[in-house]
Design a binder for this molecule. Structure first.
Ligand code: SAM
Length: 449
């Protein structure tokens, strides 16, 4: 019925959870990057499947009042953000709707979904960036990859990156050019610099890591001294070796070139050391709002024992430890557990224990040996293993923090047999993208208020 490469006029009737326009022709649906709900557009058909098609936006005949000119000049090419053409004030509604819809459709959960906690000033919200480099006929480029490619979009500034990271990247491009530092070429698999990771705290202290395809970082001493001279706020310089084509961003070996092998961040009057491979929420302002919601839902007291599952460097558990009897954190990355133990000492906390291992392997022993009153669950995007969920169903109160509402919905479908899903609060941790963080309060069906 529809012919590939032909152009059709249609209406965009919705935005899906990936931020794509849902365009309808008769009763057939096409997913299209770019259109907003309510727009009349023309689309070129790329692929027709049995139940839906994929298409490319060609023209907009009737524009949504919520369409805005993206502030970023690289937005159309760059694969970093995907909703900058949509008025930011409407993102809260959209994200709330996405969470509600996925909970309903996947989890069959119908609960109170609060308004999204959004940012009043969403620019430069990220506290870390990974910038890729390429050498294009002698011109060194630095930026993010173009959509669905490994071609680097050369950019002088990124409006979601920390300001200091933008200045460092411009400086590095010049430094690499002047000193003829070789850049990794994925085709020949030769060259040194693959990418640079820059992490900044609220005071703009910086951790910088060169990720190379070679064992040695070319002109290492010169690079370090020039960076430190120009940017005294750089407190940590690392070199990670990641040879060859690998799907992972970091190799196993990291050398310390300057300063400390961690960056320090203070939130809720608690000091945290963060190592290179340890997880830290990317948006510090929103992280504080997210954690406040978690603590509100936990409503801890000094008699309570808490598990912080998937604890990272121990952030939530250590802040919570000041308000409860005991905390147990579980985390699979050893550097994160090393940081968590250091952070415990740094803050004179002595009622927290951190366990290195997979949450699904460690949880059963913990719940069998201790009376646990509350649990924080904050898994990666894939959500929890069913064995983990089965092990926790005796716990009275669960606060589930999720960066993926689809896997949250799947896990809630299992947990709702045992728990009242009291309420859910979306948090806009990733402005200008379709991604949304969600906090959910669950109380055991036998819970006595
Ligand atoms: C979304 S992060 C949350 C970290 C922490 N709660 C925070 O707010 O900073 C998920 C964490 O789970 C860890 N992780 C991934 N799979 C795991 C598993 N099977 N068991 C335990 N931890 C895991 C990751 O290393 C990461 O630190």
């Amino acid at each position: 019925m529809f012919i590939e490469n032909e152009t059709y006029k249609c209406d965009c009737i919705d935005l899906d959870s990936e931020g794509n326009g849902v365009c309808k022709i008769d009763d057939f649906i096409f997913f299209v990057k770019g259109p907003l709900k309510g727009e009349r557009v023309s689309i070129k058909v790329d692929k027709v499947n049995k139940n839906f098609g994929l298409a490319t936006l060609k023209d907009i005949y009737l524009k949504s009042p919520y369409r805005v000119k993206p502030e970023c000049p690289y937005y159309e090419q760059c694969g970093g953000c995907n909703l900058m053409h949509f008025n930011y004030y409407m993102h809260s509604n959209y994200k709330k709707y996405v969470v509600k819809d996925l909970l309903n459709r996947i989890g069959k959960v119908d609960t109170l979904v609060n308004d999204t906690i959004f940012m009043s000033d969403p620019l430069h919200y990220r506290n870390n960036v990974q910038v890729s480099f390429s050498n294009d006929n002698g011109v060194i480029k630095a930026g993010f990859y173009a959509k669905k490619t490994h071609n680097v979009i050369d950019m002088d500034t990124c409006i979601i990156a920390p300001q200091i990271a933008n200045r460092i990247v411009v400086f590095l491009k010049r430094l690499f050019t002047v000193n003829k530092i070789s850049i990794y070429n994925p085709k020949t698999k030769k060259g040194c610099i693959k990418h640079v990771i820059i992490r900044a705290n609220k005071k703009s202290d910086v951790m910088l890591c060169f990720v190379t395809n070679t064992k040695e970082l070319e002109k290492r001493e010169l690079l370090v001294s020039e960076i430190v001279k120009k940017f005294p706020k750089v407190v940590s310089i690392l070199h990670n070796i990641n040879i060859g084509v690998t799907p992972i961003h970091l190799g196993n070996k990291t050398n310390l070139l300057y300063g400390t092998n961690y960056l320090t961040s203070t939130i809720f009057n608690t000091k945290f050391e963060i190592g290179l491979s340890s997880f830290y929420q990317v948006n510090t302002t929103q992280m504080e709002k997210l954690y406040s919601k978690v603590f509100e839902y936990l409503n801890l007291n000094k008699d309570m024992t808490l598990i912080d599952a998937y604890c990272g460097i121990g952030t939530m558990g250590l802040i919570a430890s000041k308000h409860c009897k005991e905390v147990y954190g579980i985390e699979v990355v050893d550097e994160a557990i090393y940081n968590a133990n250091r952070n415990k000492v740094l803050n004179n906390i002595n009622n927290a224990t951190f366990i290195l291992g997979k949450a699904e392997d460690e949880i059963e022993r913990l719940v069998n040996n201790k009376k646990i009153d509350a649990l924080i669950v904050d898994p990666p995007r894939k959500g929890c293993e069913e064995s983990f969920l089965k092990a926790i169903v005796g716990i009275e109160k669960i606060v589930y923090v999720s960066c993926n509402p689809s896997t949250l919905a799947r896990d809630l479908k299992f947990l709702k047999e045992y728990y009242d899903i009291v309420e859910v609060t979306p948090v806009d941790m990733f402005p200008f993208s379709n991604h949304v963080e969600t906090v959910c309060l669950l109380l055991r069906k036998t819970y006595q208020l």
